[in-house]
Design a protein around this ligand. Structure first.
Ligand code: SF4
Length: 74
C-alpha cells in the first residue's frame, strides 16, 4: 500500500466480536466488555498488518484513513 494509515476506526454497530482483527493485530485492537473491538493504539502495528487486520474482519467494520482523511479501506 502506498498511502500511510493515519486513522483506524471500528464501527461498533457493525462489529460482531469475531475477533480476527485482535488475533492479527493485538496491539491495535482489543475486545471490550461488550465484546466489540476498540482501537487501543492506532500505531500498534505496521500498515501492512493493520490492513491485513481490516481485511480479516468478516463484516468490514474496520475503516482506514490516510493523513488527508481519505478512506483507504474498505
Ligand atoms: S474483526 Fe471485525 S467484527 Fe471481528 S472484532 Fe474485529 S472489528 Fe469486530
Amino acid at each position: 500500500m502506498e498511502k500511510k494509515i493515519a486513522k483506524v476506526v471500528v464501527d461498533r454497530e457493525l462489529c460482531i466480536g469475531a475477533a480476527p482483527c485482535v488475533v492479527v493485530a493485538p496491539k491495535v485492537f482489543q475486545l471490550d466488555n461488550e465484546n466489540k473491538a476498540v482501537v487501543v493504539d492506532q500505531h500498534g502495528a505496521d500498515d501492512d498488518t493493520i490492513l491485513l487486520a481490516a481485511q480479516s474482519c468478516p463484516v468490514q467494520a474496520i475503516s482506514l484513513f490516510d493523513e488527508e482523511g481519505n478512506q483507504i479501506y474498505p
